[in-house]
Design a protein around this ligand. Structure first.
Ligand code: NAD
Length: 298
């Protein structure tokens, strides 16, 4: 597939205007099948060398926020490794192509972050094949909306949410630590859900609150080693996760409740990750950077 087929609808300022039509897809979903397709910054993101010479590892980098971060990091001069579910190979190929077109090296690894061995192997593969690891972005996540509430959350769903969102982050970060040098940056993807849990996303919101606690605690633990740990807390973002885990009615109204009155595009999340990863943010650790479209968070 050519890049043009995957280009956003236009540069920033010419993005498609919500509301977007109600739609749904089987999980994990694909940006390709979304209408309109998400904007990852393909036509708009301009790098200025802020991450020159660095190497980043991003979980869930095939689509959505992860793809936008991969693209921005590459245009800022970083080599990028990312992982994705095996069934998302087509999306992963597009992300890999975007990184390569930025003139950077890319490593795409298919696998499941619910498996400890896979997680443990990722940092070593990044170091082995790209020569280092300076920035770790724990971004992969699973959710499944259950409008009927707690009683509808099966043990299988609960287990999947916990293992994907928490165990994966824990295993990968623990495995990455020995290779991280002073100046390294860990960035976790939290959510507005950590502070304002939607009743239909109860189990998912629990994990996002835990990610905030992990970020605050680990930042203190690693500060003496010169390693910064921060998180981005997105509000509603137009990514495959949404039509793949919510019904058409929820999707049709997605983002309306934010003060800006719309969902963000993935491209609007990437600058927060670039900032936290960059050496200019050297005094910022233990911070949760809220990108909510105006919803006030603590
Ligand atoms: P997305 O569907 O594009 O990305 C989710 C990623 O998680 C996928 O790339 C998928 O490969 C990966 N993933 C899921 N289960 C996995 C597994 N078992 N093993 C390996 N990878 C797995 O959606 P997104 O919205 O870009 O999600 C990225 C992050 O943003 C997530 O942490 C999500 O919780 C968070 N977030 C999203 C929103 C939103 O409105 N879209 C809001 C707040 C936070």
């Amino acid at each position: 597939m050519t890049r043009d087929q995957h280009s956003p609808e236009g540069p920033a300022g010419q993005r498609p205007e919500p509301p977007f039509p109600g739609q749904s897809q089987p999980h994990p979903g694909s940006g390709e099948a979304m209408r309109p397709q998400p904007d990852h910054g393909e036509a708009s993101y301009r790098g200025t060398g802020r991450l020159a010479g660095r190497t980043a590892l991003i979980t869930g980098g095939d689509s959505g926020i992860g793809r936008a971060v991969a693209l921005a990091f590459a245009r800022e001069g970083a080599d990028v490794a990312f992982c994705h579910l095996p069934e998302e190979q087509a999306d992963a190929d597009v992300t890999a192509q975007l990184v390569k077109e930025s003139g950077r090296r890319v490593l795409a690894v298919a696998g499941d972050v619910r498996e400890e061995d896979f997680c443990t192997s990722l940092p070593a593969r990044c170091v082995g094949e790209l020569g280092g690891l300076d920035i770790l972005v724990n971004n992969a996540a699973y959710q499944m909306s259950q409008p009927e509430g707690l009683a509808a959350i099966t043990t299988g769903q609960f287990d999947r949410v916990m293992r994907t969102n928490l165990y994966g982050m824990f295993w990968i970060t623990r495995a990455a630590l020995p290779g991280l040098r002073p100046g390294a940056s860990i960035i976790n993807t939290a959510s507005v859900q950590a502070y304002q849990p939607s009743p239909h996303l109860l189990d998912y919101a629990m994990t996002k609150a835990a990610i905030v606690a992990f970020t605050h605690g680990l930042a203190q633990q690693l500060a003496p080693e010169g390693i910064r740990v921060n998180a981005v807390a997105p509000g509603p973002v137009w990514t495959p996760l949404i039509p793949a885990t919510m019904d058409e009615e929820q999707v049709a109204h997605f983002g309306e409740q934010s003060p800006l009155g719309r969902a963000a595009q993935p491209a609007e999340m990437a600058p927060a990750y670039v900032f936290l990863a960059s050496p200019e943010a050297s005094y910022i650790t233990g911070e949760i950077l809220n990108a909510t479209g105006g919803t006030p968070l603590p």
